[in-house]
Ligand binder design. Structure first.
Ligand code: NAD
Ligand code: MG
Ligand code: ZN
Length: 277
């Protein structure tokens, strides 16, 4: 048995047993023991199953996703969105659910060929959908996004979007566009969102962000010039904050929070935090 969570495409839906998670628009089903259920028990419940996907092995046991048409009542259970599992609880289980969500969404959105419109079929032993007419394979979509902490000595640049929880300020982020390097994207996003220039861009680490399919690439950069001008509509407010007087910050498991905490730790001589993958 290999401990931990390993994704796979090798599971056969006709082989009984293993664990399963159930996902609807309301999130994942869970009870007091969490979101993993014995698969045969789950399949006996009154669920409207849209698709079933073998997704991986957890501590050597196969795990399947039951993708549902709608949430239904299961006695003793309730539904919780993926963000709730990210914010608290077992991080490995959150990784299982994050992967399940991305596979479920991708498979649902790639039932038909984007080129000719015919039905696509699952490719055996590969996470891909295939159109025979076009000889076209569609793989799960991952959207690279840059996220950057900009610093100026004891000050850090944080901003808030109108979508954030009231009072919370975070690092700047944005999606890569075709033709850009990670650095090009970072420089463009920072210019667009606050009209500031940066230098000494350093890659720090990355995080899967399955909302719905981002891959966050985290950077540190130093301020090089310009006065903050927040982008209309996208940025409600942006400010330089002294590291000793910070506003409410993003959730502790996010890479945004990690980039901030890492800088504080280095600046103040504290132990460095660990980035949750
Ligand atoms: N993990 C973290 O700590 C953390 C923190 C901040 C942001 N994020 C994530 O980073 C991503 C980018 O952040 P943002 O919202 O500031 O992005 P952004 O500044 O690029 O603005 C969002 C806009 O980009 C466009 N867009 C949406 N999806 C896209 C895609 N796949 N490719 C290209 N453009 C797209 C839309 O017009 C959307 O309104 C989001 O997924 C966000 O949830 C993660
Ligand atoms: Mg942004
Ligand atoms: Zn086709």
């Amino acid at each position: 048995m290999t401990p931990g969570w390993i994704t796979t495409t090798l599971l056969d839906n006709d082989t009984p047993g293993g664990w399963a998670v159930a996902r609807s628009r309301e999130g994942f089903l869970h009870d007091d023991n969490g979101p993993l259920f014995p698969r045969e028990w789950l399949k006996r419940q009154d669920l409207s199953v849209f698709a079933e996907h073998g997704i991986g092995h957890l501590d050597g046991e196969p795990v399947y996703l039951l993708e549902l048409n709608a949430a239904s009542d299961v006695p003793g259970c309730s539904w919780q969105g993926l963000r709730g599992f990210m914010l608290q609880g077992d991080h490995t289980l959150y990784k299982v659910l994050g992967y399940a969500a991305q596979i479920g969404t991708w498979a649902r959105e790639h039932r038909f060929c984007g080129s000719c419109g015919q039905a696509m079929a699952k490719v055996p032993r590969e996470r891909a959908m295939y159109c025979q007419a076009c000889d076209l394979r569609s793989y799960p979509r991952i959207s690279p996004s840059m996220i950057v902490l900009i610093t100026r000595g004891d000050e850090i640049l944080l901003a808030r979007s109108p979508r954030f929880v009231s009072g919370v300020y975070s690092t700047l982020a944005g999606f890569a566009e075709p033709g850009e390097s990670a650095e090009d994207c970072l420089i463009r996003e920072v210019r667009e969102e606050v009209q500031v220039e940066v230098k000494n861009i350093q890659y720090i680490g990355s995080q899967c962000w399955p909302f719905p399919h981002s891959m966050m690439l985290g950077f540190h950069a130093e301020y090089a010039g310009g006065d903050i001008v927040p982008q209309a509509d996208e940025i409600e407010d942006a400010q330089w904050f002294n590291i000793r007087e910070l506003p409410p910050l993003p959730a502790s498991r996010s890479i945004a929070r990690y980039l901030i905490d890492l800088y504080l730790a280095r600046r103040l001589g504290h132990a460095e935090p660990v980035l949750p993958g």
